[in-house]
Design a protein around this ligand. Structure first.
Ligand code: SF4
Ligand code: SF4
Length: 233
């Protein structure tokens, strides 16, 4: 098993922790690992009416309430699903406004949810594959966030290339905004260093930018070295 989710107690409730056992573990391995607790009725799901249940059939479902931020792989699949190209899909379905950090579906609840079922299951977004309302340890949350950010930043930058993104999503603007926050005293030097490392990873070394699919992107490529050291072993 490349990625293992381990039941742990978090504030008196059952939650999940993560260990990555292989250097070459991919985003697909994390998706597969997340599916196991989603299908396991012994794992707590506090938003579910019965609390201990499987996700399938949940009518309180997270698709109704959460913003759905879209990653590059999902955007391309969803565009194909609707016989659109990426630019047409973005214009029709995505909110592309400077007040949002990343592209998300314009409508909420999710426009692809009908009668509590996902109508685009094979093309659903990475956030849909990695979401679970079960409590998680900080390192599992950080891993999920790192992978999601990489996929979402890749779509953000592809939309910049296509000329349909707001100016604030351009790499120069993102870097300028970060420097401005630092000069304005909103970030400590350590926080600024971390944010710069993160931005560099998302803009320069992001594996999703090469058009890779979930099974081609190594988790390690999405993580800072500090994060990788806390999850690998
Ligand atoms: S993760 Fe979503 S679908 Fe699953 S139990 Fe929680 S709210 Fe329901
Ligand atoms: S794409 Fe499917 S799984 Fe994702 S929020 Fe929409 S209905 Fe839910």
């Amino acid at each position: 098993m490349a990625v293992e989710l381990i039941p742990v107690t978090i504030e008196g409730e059952t939650g999940l922790d993560v260990r990555v056992h292989r250097q070459e573990a991919t985003v697909s391995d994390l998706i597969a690992a997340m599916q196991l607790p989603a299908d396991d009725p012994k794992i707590l799901k506090p938003f579910h009416k019965q609390r201990y249940a499987v996700c399938r059939g949940c009518v309180n479902n997270c698709c109704k309430y959460n913003p759905i931020v879209i990653d590059l792989v999902a955007a391309e699949r969803l565009a194909r699903h609707h016989s659109l190209n990426l630019m047409q899909f973005a214009r029709q379905y995505l909110a592309l406004t400077p007040d949002l950090p990343y592209p998300e579906l314009r409508r909420r609840p999710c426009p692809f949810l009908r009668q509590n079922c996902c109508t685009v299951y094979e093309a659903r977004a990475l956030i849909c594959r990695l979401y679970l309302c079960t409590p998680m340890t900080t390192r599992l949350e950080k891993l999920r966030c790192a992978v999601l950010l990489a996929g979402e930043a890749a779509l953000q930058q592809r939309l910049v290339e296509l000329g349909v993104a707001p100016r604030s999503w351009q790499p120069t603007q993102l870097m300028a905004a970060l420097k401005h926050s630092y000069r304005a005293g909103k970030l400590t030097p350590e926080a600024y260093r971390r944010e710069r490392e993160q931005l560099d990873l998302l803009l320069e070394r992001n594996p999703f930018l090469d058009g890779c699919d979930y099974d081609e992107v190594c988790l390690r490529q999405c993580c800072t070295e500090d994060l990788w050291q806390t999850i690998f072993g």
